[in-house]
Write a protein that binds this ligand. Sequence first.
Ligand code: ADP
Length: 475
Amino acid sequence: MRVAILTSEAVPFAKTGGLADVSGALPKALTEQDVDARLILPLYDQIDRGFLNGDSIEDIRVEWRGQVHHVRFALSDAAGAPAYLLETPEFFARPNIYGYKDDHIRFAYFSRAALALLKHLDWQPDVVNGNDWPSGFAMQELRARRRYDPFFQPIRTVLSLHNVGYQGFFDPGDLWWLGFGERPEVDDFMLERSASALKAGIIAADALSTVSPRYSREIQTRDQGHGLDWLLRSRADRLVGIANGVDYTIWNPETDPDIAANFSVDDLSGKRECKIDLLRRFGLPQDAERPIIAVISRLVKQKGYDLIRQIAPAIVQTGSFFIALGAGASEYEDFLQQLHERYPREVGIYKGYAGEPLAHQIEAGADMFLMPSLYEPCGLNQMYSMRYGTVPIVRATGGLDDTVEQFNPSTGTGTGFKFGPYEAGALLEKIREALYFYGRPDDWKKIQRNGMLVDNSWEAAAKKYAELYREVAQL
Ligand code: ADP
């Protein structure tokens, strides 16, 4: 089985969120399932050139706006599977991964170059697995090329949906010169009065996957379908939810090189050292008896910051420390700044994208981790938290509901605390419940142990992806 994975971000190359963690781990896990999985992504400016092998594939012909471009892909094995990185400075030598007016053009170009690469290599995958809206163009283009190019004819496609809230909207006036100007394509892209790369991808892909079973059902509802629920319902027979795994070679407190002391489920003593280290890093009093409640997330509405904002003073008044790492909307960055200024000895903040080490240090040093998301396709930090003995407090939505089990003191089962309604009061109540059990060390240890022993490794997920590829290849 041969699979080409197209992605806009992947660890260790470039990351804004969970998509990078998944794209970085899945190819390696697939390799262990005897799948020849190869990664294709853009070579952004920010990518450490030390990851590249030094050789490259030269002179690939990409037809673009009536001309032929000759492009290059650099090679890397840093993700544990072959990766091809498209070098096009005009589109990718920029400080950020997304956020430009021409994002749709950049990823349409990437899609075209990725398909050109496959043909140039004469490496014919059974399946091209695209990810999110940036791959919508490739799904469309591949379907079209199957009609006239024998190289593409046997290739099938899967589009993995990591977040239906991002749809890659653009001015439909660009469709024509991007190469999608004919009748069926235009209709496939159009949503309201915009063109949506995600919608076009959902229509063109042979099959769809999402990153948790519950999210695969939620996106078929009006509430959570972001305007595409009707389309996703119509494709329900080809839509499967596969929960993300955790790369335990990267997220493992027993071996993590970035944390102050390693620890394990049998010996948690190092976690206290990590806690002191974390308080020191954020300039907070090094009082290890008081609980640390932490959050790491993109600062967007989806992550539930509106709830956190309403109860932040109440959290501080419980006697806990509050530590937040996040980058995103200025309204939430300003809120964090003001909170820190008001409670400098209780609240530690880092605004911006911090890279991996600080995220690991927070997971290791905190006692509780908040994820009160409005919606959450899968979520990774709750699973990282569990492995680090940091108890997640989550809203029962999407992958959070699938991966966190509410603690039950009478049976001693459960890995965290879970609330239902999207309300600040419900979140605060769960925080208070968690704090109550934090004050009962035997119960707390039990919850920590339950979480640390959960196996969310990629192996199970990779098996499900391999199964999906086999089914799709037979279509
Ligand atoms: P999403 O993909 O919606 O952003 P996930 O929970 O699936 O959410 O994944 C988020 C990933 O991004 C985690 O690995 C988390 O540690 C990381 N992350 C998020 N924000 C930051 C930040 N400001 N600095 C460092 N890492 C971050």
